[in-house]
Design a protein. Structure first.
Length: 342
């Protein structure tokens, strides 16, 4: 009798273990299916966004729009579909966010691309602009940056030195000395930044200040000197527009930002030359940017050829996100410049 009980207990334990393993395997298989479906949705969202931005450009190029539509604005097709949520018949959801890169400060645009090293040196305006930018970020992030000491002037010079093509710093130092002494050693890019995260590698920067800078900036396009698009930039980026006359330039204040946003709500756009669309255009002076110049320089309204897309696929409680940068500057072949799972 005891033997029968022992055998019974062993069989019961074996059956319980088998059932438990079967349930775990079933759960894992189901979870893998949800992950694959969510990732497939996210990947598909990038294709949809690419089609939207490319179709909009193609339609403008061949004149399909009856209403004149200069430059990139929030009346564009890509802006109207952003944040839209699509639902599948089997319960999945897809959310697509599209942002044209001109709505952020392009750090690579601060160093000109010339035929010689002399022609590719950053201007004094670039340094002064970055100093003002870094001072603003540090001042607004004192809680997040507590315990760290940053020098905006050194940061500005080190960033420009990292981007310009030579090895001699603005202050006369050897640009390579700091980077060659790191473990492992590396070199200054002497060219455009390839990602925002690369900023943390630059002398005077770290991961914490890079996270605070990230919402303001982009690195696309990698080449070119186009400034901030005042017609699509969010409020915190509009506050980075430097305006005024030489020797007396300042960052846009709250009143200027509010004026630009108010005109947007009325379907009006900021234009360097109001003749480009007399019905919708308001001049720089009308929004408070004066009669001087703005920095980084840009001709408004500005067309968009580079877009940052975030595609989020959700299946039940599983979420997968894909971030990509789409280049539609080629009228025939849109290209993906970057792609990563978030």
């Amino acid at each position: 009798m005891p033997m029968v009980l022992i055998i019974g207990l062993i069989l019961s334990a074996s059956i319980f273990s088998f059932l438990r393993r079967s349930m775990v395997d079933s759960f894992l298989a189901r979870n893998y299916e949800r992950v694959a479906a969510a990732e497939g949705l996210a990947r598909g969202g990038i294709s949809i966004a690419t089609a939207v931005v490319f179709n909009h450009r193609y339609s403008k190029d061949i004149g399909l729009f009856k209403k004149k539509d200069p430059g990139a604005t929030f009346s564009d097709l890509w802006a109207r579909v952003t944040h839209s949520t699509l639902e599948t018949k089997w319960g999945g959801t897809l959310k697509i966010t599209i942002e044209e890169t001109g709505s952020r400060l392009n750090l690579n645009a601060l160093v000109p691309v010339g035929r010689t090293e002399e022609e590719s040196q950053p201007s004094e305006e670039a340094e002064e602009f970055l100093v003002a930018f870094f001072e603003k970020v540090i001042d607004e992030s004192q809680t997040q940056l507590a315990g760290s000491t940053y020098d905006p002037r050194e940061m500005a010079r080190n960033l420009l030195d990292y981007l310009d093509p030579d090895d001699v710093g603005i202050s006369g130092k050897n640009e390579s000395e700091y980077y060659s002494n790191q473990d492992p050693p590396y070199k200054a890019a002497n060219g455009p930044l390839l990602s925002i995260e690369e900023i943390a590698l630059i002398e005077g920067f770290d991961a914490r200040i890079t996270r605070r800078i990230k919402p303001y900036v982009t690195v696309y396009p990698l080449l070119g000197e186009t400034g901030i698009n005042a017609n699509t930039a969010p409020a915190h980026v509009l506050a980075l527009i430097l305006y005024g006359s030489s020797g007396d330039m300042r960052l846009a204040d709250e009143n200027i930002v509010r004026s630009i946003l108010k005109n947007r709500q009325q379907d009006r756009i900021v234009c360097s030359q109001t003749e480009s669309d007399t019905e919708r255009c308001v001049s720089l002076s009308e929004v408070g940017l004066g009669t001087g110049s703005i920095y980084p320089p840009v001709e408004l309204p500005q067309e968009a050829y580079f877009f940052r897309v975030i595609s989020e696929g959700r299946v039940e409680d599983v979420v997968r996100r894909v971030e990509a940068v789409v280049d539609i500057s080629d009228r025939e072949n849109p290209q993906l410049l970057s792609w990563r799972l978030l």
